[in-house]
Design a protein around this ligand. Structure first.
Ligand code: SF4
Length: 434
């Protein structure tokens, strides 16, 4: 019999769980340093008691930045085997979390397979699954139906659930009056908004929040407080709708912590580069340091096909200013369900952003690989360079495809290689160029 329910409760009782110990080792921290961060909610360890094969990770701005990969079938692309292949590829490439956003067919077997085979954190958005689970249209679902799906996912072993608890009936008026360019672009947020409009009732995830907390406490599910009003274009960034919802998310964070339930808070969205750092600070203040999970931010609206780059730029700035968790974005964002190559490109871009931020934040161990890479480059030691590379396969392939005449250079400058020239000059050798 466990003496605690959630990782937060264990930490508050001074119990060093296996999960806490594992996270401390990974982050090169002492358990005594990590424990108070879990107590205060600044770090979450998303670890559902029913996710038996989980290799635990911590999420918090003072830890290494984590990345999430969204996957799952849709009506247009419904091959669960293909999706499972993407999942395994994503895990092998270093994803720390997989969010199953499946919105078609029988979602339960895929979710359960994921939880039984996947060692990374698993997240879901129960409101998507509600329509699929009951095979009934949105307007016919009851508040109870939504809560029961949260319970189902919790029981299945999902480590974190995105719940759009922060929009209320007041938001309906705000959205109508405020005249945003992109209204609501959060898929879950739009469903909750539409349900409130159709039924005239309050948001069930807000109204029955206490009951949701009981469920999350029982299975140790971390709540990822969804930002239904995240800006969907630069023009809507940092507007009243976004900030008003954030204030409510701050209140809901405190209520969860009172019940020892772990919380992350989701954030923007599309946002001009110069607003990102300030947004991270505002979130940290309003939400008392709860880990911030950002969906981008995408720093321009005009690069469809390249949004893994627009989000990596925003993600690096966000994480260096305090975001703890980056949701990857693929080149297919705004266009289509990502294929395997899109997933790969999205993960690499997110890993670069996370790593760049970790260096800037001085996260333990983050700079070592860069320094080893610099040594390998100075020594023109290509094999050692591949060992340090985020994507060694691509790096090796590019060099193989455009082989230089001389092995101690690359085909960019050939014998004009600055590295070669400097090595020779400093060791008193003649430099042969012609
Ligand atoms: S040839 Fe030019 S690009 Fe290539 S390693 Fe030397 S300096 Fe760098």
């Amino acid at each position: 019999m466990r003496e605690y329910t959630t990782q937060m409760e264990a930490a508050r009782k001074g119990i060093i769980t296996h999960e806490l110990k594992t996270v401390a080792e990974k982050e090169m921290m002492k358990v005594e340093e990590l424990l108070p961060l879990v107590v205060s909610g600044k770090v979450v360890i998303c670890a559902n008691i029913n996710h038996k094969c989980l290799d635990p990770q911590g999420v918090g701005s003072m830890l290494s930045t984590k990345i999430n990969v969204n996957l799952g079938v849709s009506r247009d692309c419904k091959n669960y085997d293909v999706e499972m292949k993407k999942v395994m590829e994503a895990v092998n490439m270093g994803a720390h979390a997989i969010m199953d956003l499946s919105s078609h067919g029988d979602t339960a077997p895929f979710r359960r397979k994921l939880i039984s085979e996947c060692p990374v954190m698993i997240g879901t958005v129960p409101v998507y699954d509600s329509v699929i689970h009951y095979q009934r249209d949105l307007g016919s679902l009851t508040a109870r139906d939504f809560i029961d799906v949260v319970r189902l996912h919790a029981k299945d072993g999902v480590d974190f659930v995105t719940l759009h608890c922060g929009i209320t009936r007041k938001t309906i008026e705000q959205i109508k009056n405020h005249k945003r360019k992109m209204n609501i672009v959060s898929r879950g947020g739009s469903l909750v908004f539409a349900w409130m409009c159709m039924t005239g009732q309050e948001n069930p995830f807000y109204e029955y929040y206490d009951e949701i907390l009981e469920i999350c406490r029982e299975y140790d599910v971390t709540i990822s407080l969804g930002d239904a009003c995240r800006p969907g274009c630069l023009a809507d960034a940092s507007d009243v709708c976004q900030i008003e919802e954030l204030v409510r998310l701050g209140e809901l964070t405190k209520r969860a912590w009172e019940k020892d339930v772990q919380v992350m808070v989701e954030g923007p969205g599309h946002m001009p580069l110069d607003q990102i750092a300030a947004n991270m600070k505002i979130q940290q203040t309003i939400c008392n340091g709860a880990p911030f999970y950002v969906l981008g931010p995408l720093v321009t609206d005009i690069a469809p096909g390249y949004d893994h780059i627009t989000s990596a730029i925003g993600g690096a700035v966000a994480a260096s200013a305090g975001a703890a968790f980056l949701c990857y974005v693929t080149p297919a964002e705004h266009l289509a369900l990502p294929n395997l190559e899109d997933v790969k490109q999205g993960i690499i871009a997110s890993k670069i952003a996370a790593h760049a931020a970790d260096i800037a934040k001085g996260i333990k161990g983050a700079r070592e690989l860069d320094d080893r890479m610099a040594d390998a480059r100075r020594n023109l030691d290509w094999e050692s360079q591949w060992e340090c590379a985020i994507d060694p396969k691509t790096a090796r392939q590019i060099r193989e495809d455009r082989k230089p005449e001389h092995e101690d250079t690359c085909s960019m400058c050939g014998k004009f290689c600055a590295v070669r020239s400097m090595n020779k000059a400093l060791s008193g050798e003649l430099i042969d160029i012609l």
